[in-house]
Design a protein around this ligand. Structure first.
Ligand code: NDP
Length: 310
């Protein structure tokens, strides 16, 4: 079985940046790209807040370029996902879905988090055409437009408040009549004149034509009444799920499943030689640039760990 210096699990901005740094350090990393190569950014269009691109850059292009840049210094890629990791002893054993097995002296986990979607039939195909799970990414495109946000937690409040910078009106659809969000966030959202709450309401269908989203068919779960609402944008804010199930309890997680760094500000996990970066350990910032920064940190920690423990 081949032994690698560094195996990077996951391939968004965190994973590719970790690959860039560790390949430039001569560590010949292997990136196991996972279910969604390139990560969440491959589901967005224009990225206008990644520094260095004054005209903006398409999310998939940014990811393709990051991948190419790390490949230039000897990064290898494998288009499968990790089924199992044995972290009980070093080197760690990594078993892939396609049957490949490797030993790894260090592991960098950058499997990200996935926005939760409602599971409506045309939801995924309308991403970028009126459906979004990221107000920071896409809010700018809704100047003077009407937006509906679904969710009742802190993310929904934060996204709704942020979207009022652009939209003419933001409706928050919530399935209950009380919010899950913290009191200060609720107060801020309720004090915002552009935000209106629609209670006890569930989305049944996203209405769309060739141009994208045009409306929503919603149901009041108390009265059973079904109505159609016009909208230009539909933002999902019903939570994120960190992709940590495959770790099978070997890495310390918080109650929501995010990896907990044990030596902040360093990206070390509770297992020596295993580091984490990007959204899999960050439910707060969740930005491409902060993920990339943490990928750099994880690679530098892995390099130092190898110097001390090789
Ligand atoms: P939460 O799990 O806290 O809230 C999810 C919300 O979405 C709930 O209101 C829930 O409804 C609703 N929801 C879930 N599934 C569905 C569904 N299928 N259909 C309709 N509605 C649904 O997730 P958040 O992302 O809001 O927050 C995650 C964590 O991050 C929290 O700990 C939060 O405090 C934190 N956070 C903090 C921020 C801050 O401090 N500034 C900003 C953003 C997040 P219901 O209430 O009925 O369960």
């Amino acid at each position: 079985m081949e032994t690698k210096n560094v195996i990077i699990i996951g391939s968004g901005p965190a994973g590719y940046t970790a690959a860039l740094y560790s390949s430039r350090a001569g560590l010949e990393p292997l990136v196991i790209e996972g279910v969604q190569p390139g990560g969440q950014l491959t589901t967005t269009t224009d990225v206008e807040n990644f520094p260095g691109f004054p005209e903006g850059v398409m999310g998939p292009d940014l990811m393709a370029n990051m991948k190419k840049q790390a490949a230039r210094f000897g990064t290898q890629y494998l288009g499968t996902w990790v089924k199992d990791v044995d972290m009980s002893k070093r080197p760690f054993k990594v078993t892939c879905e396609n049957g490949d097995e490797f030993l790894a002296k260090t592991i960098i986990i950058s499997t990200g988090a996935s926005a939760k979607y409602l599971g409506l039939p045309n939801e995924m195909e309308l991403i970028g055409k009126g459906v979004s799970a990221c107000a920071t990414c896409d809010g700018f495109f809704y100047r003077d437009k009407v937006i509906h946000v679904v969710g009742g937690g802190d993310t929904a409040m934060e996204e709704a408040i942020f979207l009022t910078k652009f939209a003419s009106k933001v409706y928050v659809l919530h399935r209950r009549d009380t919010l899950k969000a913290s009191k200060p966030m609720q107060d801020r959202a309720m004090a915002n004149e552009k935000i209106e709450f629609i209670w006890n309401t569930e989305v049944e269908e996203i209405l769309a034509d060739d141009t994208g989203v045009t409306g929503l068919k919603v149901k009041n779960n108390q009265s059973g009444e079904v109505t159609e609402r016009k909208t230009d944008g539909f933002f999902l804010a019903i939570g994120h799920k960190p992709n940590t199930d495959f770790l099978n309890g070997q890495i310390k997680l918080d109650e929501q499943g995010y990896i907990v760094p044990v030596l902040p500000p360093h990206p070390d996990t509770n297992v020596a030689g295993v580091f984490a970066c990007g959204d899999v350990q960050d439910h707060y910032y969740r930005q491409a640039i902060s993920a990339a920064g943490s990928g750099c940190e994880a690679a530098i920690r892995a390099e130092r760990f190898l110097e001390e423990n090789n």
